[in-house]
Design a protein around this ligand. Structure first.
Ligand code: RUB
Length: 318
């Protein structure tokens, strides 16, 4: 039987699955932190036992939500090529702790850098439409506001979980005037906005953007009105598995997020579908803003090869 992960790992996995921790960057940060606790508090007496416990922890974290690639990328960063070496548990522990710290610092630095790059797209008086809640997207607005650019925002509420409320509050706190709209009003407001700004959970090698359900239709609407579509996504959102043709799994969530059981029973026998994400094709995306610069979606594969090479490992499967 595999070793029991540390209770903090259990708790973190639960919080990710329940979406108390949500959004691709926050999920990656929390998963790395949990591996750090697993390493720090492991009572393993051999490097094999130490690694087995870490792998079990990573598996539990990995199996929480399937779509945001930042999660497996975080686990890979911390665990890849970890060397049991001379069997020194203390050395392994220090290596893991150092990698976790470096990973977390890297997340913050990347978001800050891409925010500065994305901010360059905005000029005084621009109106930005947002979908869901993305910390990478908000970083772009925050950098623009900090450098004195005046922006307004049209914020989609983002059913069924209303992450737009989080975006509305954070933009409000930045001093950005916010107009909250229902998702169905997006096309009607498209004439009034200058940019569509969204985040990403995963970006495939062909430049497809996997983000909160509704992004793909929204991009069609923006295209129709000539509104540029910007995706703010640090490189941890690039999915190296797609280099070899793997498809990104779209999470299907509980129907109760869409309709409560009582109301559903009153309606009678119906199916309810609740996919959490969709795929926006590269032709509907103008720019992917990363910490390494802005890319047309078709050329993001170059960056992906540079950062990940062609071989990727899933150490927690061993
Ligand atoms: C969140 C979502 C966000 C991306 C990017 O979905 O789709 O746009 O994760 O977020 P959910 P960030 O609420 O289902 O997790 O830029 O913060 O990584």
């Amino acid at each position: 039987t595999p070793p029991e992960p540390h209770p903090n790992v259990r708790e973190t996995a639960h919080r990710i699955a329940e979406m108390d921790v949500r959004g691709a960057a926050a999920i990656a940060d929390a998963a790395a932190a949990a591996l750090g606790v697993q390493a720090a508090e492991s009572d393993a007496d051999s490097s094999e036992a130490f690694q087995a416990a870490l792998h079990a922890a990573a598996r539990e974290l990995h199996d929480t939500r399937p779509t945001a690639v930042s999660l497996p990328n975080a686990l890979r960063y911390v665990l890849s090529g970890l060397d049991g070496g001379d069997g020194d548990v203390e050395a392994l522990r220090r290596t893991v702790e150092r990698r976790v710290a470096r990973f977390q610092a890297g997340l913050d630095a990347a978001q800050d850098r891409l925010g500065g790059i994305g901010a360059g797209r905005f000029t005084d008086g621009d109106v930005v439409m947002t979908h869901c809640h993305s910390t990478d997207a908000i970083a772009c607005i925050e950098h623009a506001v900090d450098s004195g650019v005046e922006l307004e925002a049209v914020v989609k509420e983002t059913r069924p979980r209303n992450q737009g409320h989080i975006t509305a509050r954070q933009l409000r706190e930045l001093g950005v005037p916010v107009t909250l709209i229902v998702d169905n009003a997006a096309h009607r407001f498209m004439n009034d906005v200058d940019h569509l700004l969204v985040g990403a959970d995963s970006i495939a090698a062909d430049g497809s953007v996997i983000n909160k359900i509704g992004t793909a239709g929204l991009a069609v609407s923006a295209r129709d009105r000539g509104v540029p579509i910007i995706v703010a996504a640090q490189s941890i959102k690039l999915d190296p598995r797609t280099l070899t043709g793997a498809a990104v799994t779209i999470e299907e969530r509980d129907p109760e997020e869409v309709i409560d059981a009582g109301t559903r029973a009153e309606i009678g026998e119906i199916g309810v579908a609740n996919p959490a994400f969709d795929v926006t094709p590269p032709r509907h995306v103008d720019a992917i803003v990363t910490e390494h610069g802005q890319f047309p979606p078709e050329s993001v594969v170059v960056l992906m090869r540079e950062l990940f090479g062609n071989g990727i490992s899933e150490p927690w499967e061993s």
